[in-house]
Structures are given as C-alpha cells and as structure tokens.
Design a protein around this ligand. Structure first.
Ligand code: FMN
Length: 183
C-alpha cells in the first residue's frame, strides 16, 4: 500500500491550509493510500544551525521531531505540504521544515532523498498574490530534491477560519491532486 504524508504549516487548527491538506489526503485515501498528518506547529523542530554536519555525514545531527519527519519523507511515496502566506512568505513553521530539508542534499552534487516521490503544494492567503512564491518552491523541489510536483492548490480571500469550505473548486482540485499522488 502506498503511503502519503501531510504536513500542515499553519498554526490555526481547522484553518484553510489544514482543510486543503486534509482534502488532498482524503483523495489519496480514496485512491488506496494510507495517510498520516503532521501539524508542524505541534512539533519540536529547531532551525537549521548551518553547521554543515549533513554535508559531511549525510544526516542532520540535531535530534528533535524532524528526525521522525526525515524518516517519513524517506519512506513515503508522496507528500503534501501546506502553508499559509505570512508577510509575503511561508509561515515560520513551514520555513523551519524547509530549511531542515537541506540535510537531504549534498549541495551541488546529489540528493539522498530516494527518487520518484510525488508532492502537492498547498497555500492559503488573504488579499495577497503569492502564487509565484509557491511555484518557485515547486521548481526547487523538482530540480534539487527530484520530487515530482503534481500540482499546487490554494487561493486568496481566505482570512476567515474555514473560508475554504465554501470554495468548492479548491476542495475538488485538492481531492483530485490527492488521487494523483497515488495513481
Ligand atoms: C502573521 C500573518 C501574516 C499574514 N501575511 C499575509 C500576507 O502577506 N499576504 C496575504 O495574502 N495574507 C496574509 N495573511 C493572511 C493569511 O495568509 C490567511 O488568513 C490564510 O488564509 C491563513 O491560513 P490558515 O487559515 O491556514 O491559517 C497573514 C496572516 C497572518 C496571521
């Protein structure tokens, strides 16, 4: 059975990012996958220390909840990562997670995340227009981590908690992308 893991970078329980990530996982489950969901805000993930231990040894020397997430990323067939847009960028929780992915790289040489993984990126924002930011991350995942990004789902005008539940088209896209992570 395929495994798809979800990471929510919003601290807001029941928020729009979480709802879209959950919908992607629902689609993946409908396609026969087992799923797991992690709320980054509830985990103890420290910032990258820039010590370059990973560049020499191939793994991060910090022992925190990222140890579990590294394992999940290595063993999953695919993942969905969602972030709200904060101050024109990804949330701090999401950025900590992204920086720690540096440990998968031997910079300029190789990547030791097993190849062939699929991914969906989720975002939620207010009045901004930050889709280019998410597209840039998608390109980075593809070129540096060898991850195939199946799609991006998100939108604006979603300041209200649960606003996305009225956005049928986004929920449907999330569900279909979830299926595409599996089949
Ligand atoms: C600290 C903070 C900064 C924000 N900055 C932006 C921003 O730069 N652009 C934008 O469009 N929305 C911004 N927002 C609005 C959120 O992106 C929006 O409410 C989003 O839907 C929240 O996602 P959530 O429901 O998953 O928590 C900000 C919200 C917060 C709390």
């Amino acid at each position: 059975m395929k495994k798809i893991v979800g990471f929510v970078g919003s601290p807001r329980i029941g928020g729009n990012t979480e709802a879209l990530v959950e919908k992607v996982l629902t689609g993946a489950m409908a396609a026969g996958a087992e799923t797991e969901l992690y709320r980054l805000n509830e985990l103890n993930i420290k910032g990258c220390q820039g010590c370059n231990h990973c560049q020499e040894h191939g793994y991060c020397c910090q022992k925190d909840d990222m140890t579990l997430l590294y394992e999940q990323l290595k063993t999953a067939d695919g993942f969905v990562l969602g972030s709200p847009i904060y101050m024109g960028y990804f949330s701090a929780q999401t950025k900590l997670f992204l920086d720690r992915m540096y440990a998968f790289l031997k910079v300029g040489l190789s990547c030791h995340l097993p190849p062939g993984k699929r991914c969906v990126l989720v975002y939620s924002q207010g009045r901004g227009d930050n889709v280019a930011l998410v597209e840039n991350l998608a390109r980075w995942f593809e070129s540096r981590l060898g991850v195939h990004v199946k799609g991006i789902v998100g939108g604006n005008n979603m300041n209200e908690l649960g606003a996305v539940r009225q956005r049928k088209e986004l929920l449907e896209t999330a569900y279909h992308l979830g299926k595409e992570l599996v089949v």
